[in-house]
Write a protein that binds this ligand. Structure first.
Ligand SMILES: *Cc1c(COP(=O)(O)O)cnc(C)c1O
Length: 494
């Protein structure tokens, strides 16, 4: 590369004169991906951490290969050959989805144009598209014309921002100084709520005991009577209720807190009502299950993760608020970026981020290509599949299920006759590890009520009942083998 009066002329920098290099490298990358995906038969290669660590460590980052093609081939070996493939139907572990192809074509545009949707002068139409999608989402929630919101990096950030708005709104309503009020602020949520709620409380400078657990009914849903009592108790104790967080789709059980009843109590008590619908937001476009979110329109803020139940590539999430003016309390103005006197829409006023990807285009392309109904049908399909998986588990003598699914997760375990619950708790994590290292299927695991459960999280509409059957058979095989080994060891010890 030579420095000339015209500047550096790198053949690797995107510009009007490097379009051949650009199109060939993007084509090359997608061809390589297609080649690998064609050969993929299972969600993981099964490689161990040390194997992969050695391969990554062996790369000398100070000796570039000089050619995108060569670098791509290296990455195919390092990364693609050992990727976790969410499109494989026996990947049934976490809240990851196979992604909508229209969104992938949007990714090509987003990353090359490299718009930043923080200010109008870095994004133009990008800003307007993002705003339309926020309005569209607000409409689906049932908010009125005063609603507003912003795309974020994920549910964690959306929850943090919602609670920041709640903090500012609450503080504006109390006469005392911030310093003495902040330690008294309380957030009410069930223990099923996402860990980002307590993480946010810490970031927001609240007291260590700021998150007050609200009792649940027998079904792990927030008990409205217990919420009302907890709000009274917080006040009686000298606390200031700052927010109530209801979850629409808990991460483990997929439970939906009674949003309607909780919203009514929040209105009565004048407390900020946040609905964490990171997982359950797909219900907003469901034709058969939209009613499960009835009452969500009472929320002050809602978290939606399009990268979960809208089949979008990471990242794609938003916080949507019922009264747009509540976002103004967090606006910070910089003379060089978004001065107070600005006459154009600057999204940075409403965001915790500054430079920010134009992720909204992915959802836009998806809606314009497929329409929301198809997304709703896909989400409905995975919920149906979870119910079928539950029935399969019940029909097997040597498996047990914890409870009927609400959304698309199913908690279960291998529990043949003769295995005590304690032995089961010891065996399940081992079995899960072995399954992962086999690579043929991936399931999650969690602890509920002191016991270890395996978990299916179904977010792939291509997962069939037969796929579920084959995963259960694999788990049984591993379980029997573990039990045999144990019996052999026991016999040797005798
Ligand atoms: C996944 C999830 C989150 C966190 O979202 P990220 O996009 O992973 O940051 C928050 N709340 C719930 C209920 C979730 O399921």
């Amino acid at each position: 590369m030579e420095a000339t009066l015209e500047g550096f002329a790198s053949p690797h920098l995107f510009s009007g004169s490097t379009l051949d290099a650009y199109t060939s490298s993007v084509w090359h990358a997608s061809a390589l991906l297609a080649d690998r995906v064609k050969r993929v038969r299972q969600p993981y290669s099964g490689a161990s951490v040390t194997e992969l660590q050695d391969q990554v460590d062996a790369v000398d980052l100070d000796r570039p290969l000089g050619d995108t093609g060569a670098a791509l081939h290296e990455v195919a070996r390092l990364y693609l050959d050992n990727a976790i493939w969410f499109h494989e139907p026996t990947y049934v572990a976490h809240l990851n989805c196979p992604v909508a192809i229209p969104a992938l074509s949007a990714e090509v545009l987003i990353s090359a144009v490299n718009s930043s949707v923080d200010t109008w002068d870095q994004s133009a139409t990008g800003t307007l598209i993002e705003r339309r999608l926020i309005d569209w989402t607000a409409g689906r929630i049932g908010f009125g014309p005063d609603a507003d919101g912003i795309f974020t990096s994920g549910g964690t950030q959306s929850n943090l921002q919602a609670l920041l708005l709640a903090r500012e709104e609450t503080l504006a309503g109390v006469p005392e100084p911030r310093e003495t009020a902040i330690p008294r602020l309380r957030i009410l949520a069930t223990t099923e709520s996402h860990f980002s709620v307590s993480k946010s409380a810490g970031i927001l400078g609240l007291a260590a005991d700021a998150v007050v657990p609200v009792a649940t009914d027998g079904d792990a849903r927030m008990d409205p009577a217990a919420l009302a009592a907890a709000l009274d108790a917080v006040r009686a104790d000298g606390g200031i209720p700052m927010a109530v967080v209801a979850t629409a789709g808990t991460t483990d059980l997929g439970r939906i807190d009674p949003v309607d009843a909780v919203g009514a109590i929040c209105a009565e008590h004048g407390v900020w009502f946040h609905v964490d619908a990171a997982y359950g937001c797909g219900l907003l476009v469901s034709t058969r299950r939209r009613h499960l979110l009835d009452g969500i329109e009472q929320a002050d803020s809602v978290t939606v993760d399009f990268h979960k139940s809208f089949f979008q590539p990471v990242s794609s999430s938003a916080i949507v608020v019922r009264r747009g003016e509540t976002m103004r309390r967090i606006a910070v103005h910089a003379d060089y970026l978004n001065p107070r006197t600005a006459t154009v829409p600057n999204q940075v006023d409403k965001s915790l981020q500054t430079t920010r990807r134009f992720d909204a285009l992915k959802l836009w392309m998806t809606l314009r290509t497929m329409g929301s109904e198809q997304i709703g049908e896909m989400f409905d399909a995975v919920v149906d599949r979870a119910h079928e998986a539950y029935r399969q588990i019940l029909a097997d003598d040597d498996f047990e299920a914890l409870t009927e699914p609400s959304l698309s997760t199913v908690l279960f375990r291998f529990r043949p006759a003769g295995l005590t619950p304690a032995e089961c708790d010891e065996l399940m994590p081992k079995m899960r590890q072995r399954l992962f290292h086999g690579g043929q299927a991936i399931v999650a695991g969690t602890t509920v009520g002191g016991h270890y459960w395996l978990k299916f999280t179904l977010l792939n509409p291509n997962t069939t009942n037969d796929n579920i059957r084959s995963v259960l058979d694999l788990i049984r095989e591993i379980g029997r083998d573990e039990m045999n080994q144990r019996d052999t060891t026991a016999a040797v010890m005798v």
